[in-house]
Write a protein that binds this ligand. Structure first.
Ligand SMILES: [Zn+2]
Length: 315
């Protein structure tokens, strides 16, 4: 358990009031508006550009990642949302946590969904975190877990996490355009699928995933192999040599932590995979396709280092 950063008995008693909601239903007796059907599967696959043959034909299954789509209420919503969930959000609103942002979701698949399956679901408020301070502000993470059934059989779970927070105070309007307290670069989203990559970065190693079934390399990190679908993998360490495969120079829109114009490059590593990165050591207007570059680690601030690529002297 991580300690809240607020401390004090007031925060502790508020957290205790929030935690009363853990385990209470968020949705009961939910029912998908349509059974699993070929038309929605086709639209999804067209939108995603997914041509996997498993999703067409007489024995088609639905793409597993459609799990949540079958439960969505559309514009008219659907019944079943519990009073408990609304009460929890109201309690957070009353404490000043009036803003909300969806932070992540996780899905687990237990059985394929097929056209004709009837979808039902229940959701519970799984956890409410201690008070946390993020770049957006201070608040609480609320995680709900939806259990999805197909014709009454467990088909999967969908965990959904939001941050209900009090927005950080906006800078005073009279602040100079380049205030000394410059916004920090966005943090990478580290999850269980890419944790190993960021562990490697911390040790100044750029790690590429390698499928242990077919030896295909893949980057960025993914749970499974695109070539053979195996979930087994290990890693190889990039030697650090690369060339610029493509690049853009960013002028607009401005992001607070960056100084445009700057080059964002897609580099091809000597191992053959490509990654998006920054080019250092070369002015943005001297970056060229085919330019040799070499891995280095850029210390961005006290808790963020990033792998970037430095242009050589022949640039
Ligand atoms: Zn493979």
């Amino acid at each position: 358990m991580t300690a809240g950063d607020g401390g004090g008995s007031e925060a502790a008693s508020f957290l205790a009031r929030l935690r009363v909601f853990e385990g209470l239903p968020a949705v009961t007796g939910g029912r998908g508006k349509d059974p699993v059907n070929a038309a929605m599967i086709r639209h999804w696959c067209e939108a995603m550009g997914d041509t996997n043959p498993a999703y067409t034909g007489p024995d088609a299954v639905a793409p597993p990642t459609m799990l949540q789509a079958w439960t969505m209420g559309g514009l008219s919503g659907h019944g079943g949302r519990s009073d408990a969930y609304d009460e929890l959000l109201a309690l957070l609103d009353a404490a000043g946590c009036t803003s909300v942002v969806a932070t992540d979701c996780e899905q687990e698949y237990l059985r394929p969904l097929r056209p004709g399956d009837t979808v039902t679901f229940d959701a519970v408020i799984e956890s409410v975190s201690p008070r946390k301070t993020t770049r957006l502000g201070t608040g609480h993470f609320v995680t709900t877990r939806m259990d999805v059934l197909a014709d009454g059989e467990p088909a999967g779970t969908h965990r959904f996490r939001i941050l209900k927070y009090a927005p950080a105070a906006a800078p005073a309007p009279t602040a100079p355009a380049r205030a000394p307290a410059r916004p920090r670069r966005p943090r990478p989203v580290v999850n269980r699928d890419n944790q190993g990559f960021w562990d490697g970065v911390r040790e100044h190693r750029l790690l590429i995933q390698r499928c242990t079934s077919c030896t295909a390399l893949r980057f960025p990190w993914l749970p499974g192999c695109n070539a053979c679908a195996s979930l087994e993998w290990d890693t190889v360490q990039a030697c650090g040599e690369a060339t610029v495969f493509s690049y853009v120079v960013m002028h607009h829109p401005p992001f607070p932590a960056f100084d445009p114009p700057y080059a964002v490059a897609l580099v091809e590593l000597a191992e053959g995979v490509r990654m998006t990165t920054n080019i250092t050591g070369v002015p943005h207007d001297r970056v060229r396709i085919g330019m040799p570059v070499r891995l280095e680690f850029l210390r961005v601030d006290e808790d963020l280092e990033l792998p970037v690529f430095r242009g050589g002297s022949e640039a």
